[in-house]
Write a protein that binds this ligand. Structure first.
Ligand SMILES: *[C@@H]1O[C@H](CO)[C@@H](O)[C@H](O)[C@H]1NC(C)=O
Ligand SMILES: *[C@@H]1O[C@H](CO)[C@@H](O)[C@H](O)[C@H]1NC(C)=O
Length: 277
């Protein structure tokens, strides 16, 4: 049977259209993933800090509880990708959803210095509009106010219950959640406490860590941004400095008493799971 050129032509045209359609759908999904910032938009000019290298072990969701305990729990930090699917919680933490649900509530801000001395109460709405802006290089940490932790658990419980916690346990420890959000260039300077996990729902975050026995030299009232600009260039090759840039959905584990400092590259929404005996 001879091929009918018109039928052939039609079929190829249909194929071309189908392929083009699929490509555009795929393009849309991809560009949504890349461009979707949950409404927590960061202008390019406001992005002072850029992503950096990663010398912390990176695992994926195939890391077992047993290996987590053996390799990391008591010895070193680890980044774990794709361990949980928090798309539902991510949707609930879009700017519009949070403003609608929590705009009228009062949140307690902490100063962003190492020992978080000062507190300040504002409405969540006011925080999002007046405080979630780029960190200035000249502003000190003790003069920067930041919403992280101090969550009124009655008010925020419905939301926090939707968060799927990292699927790893430390024996004899219980998790407590701390939720927050802040503008580009903000972060907490070096400090330490008990072990835990952290991740962002929106925005990228840089992490810097030192083992408990290595004291990072820093001024407790200076910001991580100031440290990045002035100290980091001199210390980035120090083998004791652990660092990584995390994307939304990637989890970092900090062991007990490890020094850590954070730096939000973009406007970020984040949550930590602190583990206490
Ligand atoms: C913030 O810390 C700096 C340096 O430690 C200090 O000079 C300044 O007075 C502090 N600001 C406030 C508001 O306490
Ligand atoms: C840091 O700032 C706090 C309050 O703003 C102040 O009380 C403290 O003395 C400052 N620390 C240093 C080391 O300057």
């Amino acid at each position: 049977m001879r091929d009918n050129p018109i039928i052939c032509w039609c079929i190829s045209l249909q194929l071309v259209i189908l392929v083009a359609l699929l490509a555009s759908v795929e393009g849309d999904i991809e560009s949504n993933l890349l461009d979707d910032d949950g409404g927590w938009t960061t202008e390019n000019k406001d992005r002072i800090a850029q992503p950096g290298p990663c010398n912390i072990n990176v695992e994926d969701g195939s890391l077992t509880q047993e290996d987590f305990i053996k390799k990391y729990a008591y010895s070193e930090p680890v980044v774990i990708k794709e361990a949980t699917d928090n798309r539902v919680f991510q949707t609930l933490t879009r700017r519009s959803a949070l403003l609608e649900g929590y705009g009228h509530t009062t949140v307690r801000l902490s100063s962003a210095n190492s020992y978080s001395y000062d507190k300040k109460d504002v409405t969540f709405n006011e925080y999002c509009i007046r405080h979630v802006h780029p960190q200035k290089l000249t502003t000190l940490g003790n003069e920067t106010f930041y919403f992280f932790g101090d969550n009124n658990h009655e008010e925020w419980q419905d939301l926090l219950e939707q968060y799927k916690q990292p699927p790893y346990r430390l024996p004899h420890h219980l998790p407590a959640l701390s939720f927050g959000l802040a503008g580009p260039g903000t972060g907490v300077p070096f400090h330490f406490h008990g072990p835990g996990f952290a991740e962002t729902m929106w925005g990228r975050k840089r992490w810097f860590m030192y083992p408990p026995n290595v004291n990072p030299n820093f001024h407790p009232n200076r910001t991580t941004l100031q440290w990045l600009m002035e100290d980091y260039p001199l210390r980035k090759d120090d083998p004791n400095l652990y660092e990584c840039t995390l994307n939304p959905g990637e989890i970092i584990y900090f062991p007990d008493k490890w020094w850590h400092a954070t730096l939000n590259i973009d406007s970020s929404v984040f949550i930590s799971t602190f583990l206490s005996p």
